[in-house]
Design a protein around this ligand. Structure first.
Ligand code: GLC
Length: 641
């Protein structure tokens, strides 16, 4: 849209409330002027030009004006501050933690009581796993939302969540929650209305009267949760005896995909999003972004319209809640993951490739795939950041590119088979105790679930376990962006096999990796004679050193070739110095010879050991060890290419 239609401007003007001052209104309308043209163009690209789309934009614009005027004053101040400092989240002081409110803290009051601990750990970012109203059992850990405006009553209220956001902010911690916008629970009011036959809400979902279209779509769409149901569709139970209909459900049968081909769905979800933004949520984790658009004859993943819609949601925030950022959850091929990242789309993204390749390196004792990924797939557009993580609440999928592996002489399919066997302890000598997730004998696909400690060998009693846990985190803490800890992992929590017996968890083996608050391990965190104490102490040391190492901010990274496949090495440049990270994924010490280091100054500051080391005799990295070495570049002409 090059010139804004009068209807849109009229809708904005009509939404002005008497209490809004001229100065406030000017702030808002300046943002409208800056971003609404883009929003209009995006909607036209998705929904086509014409009066219907203009009408949608006008309705949306009025909604944005209303929402902005309802935005609390302190959040509007935050909007201004973040607009003035748009890369605030890329500092090396940022550190994330993620937890399930009920499992970790009981309820929101319990989360509040943990704030002193979050500060002890150095958290500046707290992701509360989905905590909105969801069916008791069929909730997929909260990813089947029945109401985006109500907190699950067993953990608290929306007012408590807003208060918590305030309190966290006062302690320097931003609040992250999920926007599960690809689907709703089949108990959401929209789904109930659709089931009851209300045509407006039937059009919110992809419902078909028979198998003709479902069969056609399923010819090319991937099966995501084959343990739950084959294909992408499930029958809608019909208590009234009407002919059976089929609804799109990518994940569980009780998670119905929304129909974004209907612009009313976009507008409805934008309203839910802004409601959450106005509660004080700082970052929205955009769940399952790859799946939001479907097109016959395609894989129905990562289609161009998925990006346009995310950009449109982004524009909505720029106008009505500019403090809010998006984190993309695209656990797909690395070529696709990167497509979601941009200041106009998602400013943050999980880094599933790095996560998977850390585990790949530890199993194979070969760091080349990880090194190659850092070399060619780590760069990001300006103003964006990776969220690095060792593991999440989900499974580990081996998402590396087959062609990358082939270049290193690694057969991708065979390597994935090896990793799946290794991580479920079906490989001789494996240290790992993971469990298979969505094991699909038909396609040979499988993913792995488990806690960091169990996957790294602590459960099996492997002597290298603690070092491996520290090593994995030391990589994530030094490659840039926002590292995210799965809380409990920092004290070495093990798999919880009993979680599978809890109601609603059924066959979903991911619950093994989502233990409850490990009180005993936390109680030992200051005792270095325990595993929990050793892990916690060393991770805390890494976090503290990172905070005072500005080279580790941002995303600039240049790999460093050690000519040793067991070593992953990279340089993080600062203005007059660089930090060279060398990580050893092998079970024995590895040496980098003096010639390889000859381009660097004669000595380096060993940031983790707190002393100075000479590089002229080469350097030895202990088994599963990691070095963070700072060298001066003032006279040496900058980082090595
Ligand atoms: C995301 C979540 C996962 C959930 C799925 C469906 O992938 O991380 O836990 O099952 O979306 O919402």
């Amino acid at each position: 849209m090059n010139t804004l239609p009068g209807a849109v401007l009229d809708a904005v003007a009509a939404a002005r409330r008497p209490e809004t001052t001229d100065a406030q209104w000017a702030t808002f309308t300046a943002r409208v002027d800056r971003h609404v043209g883009r929003l209009g163009r995006l909607l036209e690209e998705v929904y086509g030009p014409g009066e219907a789309t203009t009408h949608e934009l006008a309705l949306l614009a009025g909604q944005l004006a209303a929402s902005w005027q309802e935005r609390p004053a302190d959040l509007r101040e935050l909007d201004d501050a973040r607009e003035a400092d748009p890369t605030w989240f890329t500092s090396q002081r940022m550190l994330g933690g993620v937890l399930y409110v009920d499992r970790y803290a009981g309820d929101l009051a319990g989360v509040r009581r943990q704030i002193p601990y979050f500060q002890e750990l150095g958290l500046t970012y707290l992701h509360l796993m989905p905590l909105f109203e969801a069916p008791q059992e069929n909730s997929d850990g909260g990813y089947a939302v029945s109401s985006y405006r109500d907190v699950d009553p067993s953990v608290g209220t929306m007012t408590e969540l807003a208060d918590l956001a305030n309190e966290l902010r006062a302690h320097g911690i931003v609040l992250v929650v999920d926007l599960v916008f690809n689907h709703t629970s089949d108990e959401h009011a929209w789904a109930r209305a659709a089931r009851a036959g209300d045509p407006e809400h039937e059009a919110f979902y992809r419902i078909f009267p028979d198998r003709t279209m479902p069969d056609a779509y399923e010819r090319t769409a991937r099966e995501i949760f084959p343990d739950d149901h084959p294909g992408s569709f499930v029958p809608i139970p019909t208590p009234d005896g009407r002919a059976q209909r089929w609804v799109w459900a990518t994940f569980h049968s009780f998670q119905w995909d929304l129909n974004y081909a209907n612009p009313a769905v976009f507008r409805a979800m934008a309203a839910e999003m802004l409601f959450l933004a106005n509660q004080g949520v700082d970052i929205l984790r955009m769940d399952a972004v790859a799946f939001i658009w479907k097109e016959l004859g395609t894989a129905c993943e990562s289609l161009p319209q998925a990006h346009l819609l995310l950009q449109a949601f982004n524009a909505v925030c720029r106008i009505a809640a500019p403090a809010v950022l998006f984190k993309s959850e695209a656990i797909v091929h690395p070529d696709e993951v990167i497509e979601y990242i941009g200041v106009d789309e998602c400013q943050l993204s999980y880094d599933p490739l790095q996560m998977a390749l850390i585990w790949s390196s530890l199993a194979s004792r070969d760091g080349r795939l990880l090194q190659q990924a850092l070399e060619r797939r780590h760069a990001l557009p300006p103003g964006t950041a990776w969220v690095g993580y060792v593991r999440s609440h989900d499974d580990i999928g081996w998402t590396f590119a087959d062609e990358d592996a082939a270049e290193l002489g690694i057969d991708a399919a065979a390597h994935r088979r090896f990793l799946n066997q290794f991580y479920v302890d079906r490989f001789p000598g494996s240290f790992a105790r993971g469990v298979p997730f969505q094991d699909n004998p038909r396609t040979g696909d499988c993913r792995i679930a488990g806690t960091t400690a169990s996957l790294a060998g602590l459960e099996a009693g492997d002597a290298g376990a603690v070092d491996r846990i520290v090593l994995a985190h030391a990589i994530v803490l030094s490659t840039g962006g926002m590292p995210l800890l799965y809380l409990g992992d920092e004290v070495g929590q093990l798999n919880d096999y009993g979680a599978l017996d809890e109601p609603g968890h059924g066959e979903d083996t991911r619950w093994v990796g989502r233990p409850r608050y490990p009180a005993a391990a936390y109680g030992q965190r200051d005792d270095p004679s325990t595993d929990a104490g050793r892990i916690f102490g060393r991770l805390q040391h890494l976090v503290r050193v990172r905070r005072r190492t500005p080279e580790l901010a941002g995303n600039a990274l240049i790999t460093f070739d050690t000519y040793n496949p067991h070593l992953v090495a990279y340089q993080r440049p600062g203005p007059d110095t660089l930090v060279l990270v060398i990580a050893n994924v092998a079970d024995d010490p590895q040496h980098v010879d003096a010639t390889t280091l000859s381009g660097l100054p004669a000595s380096a500051e060993d940031l983790l050991a707190g002393d100075v080391v000479t590089l002229r005799g080469g350097i030895t990295v202990p088994a599963h060890g990691v070095l963070w070495l700072r060298v001066s570049t003032r006279d040496e002409g900058g980082p090595r290419e």
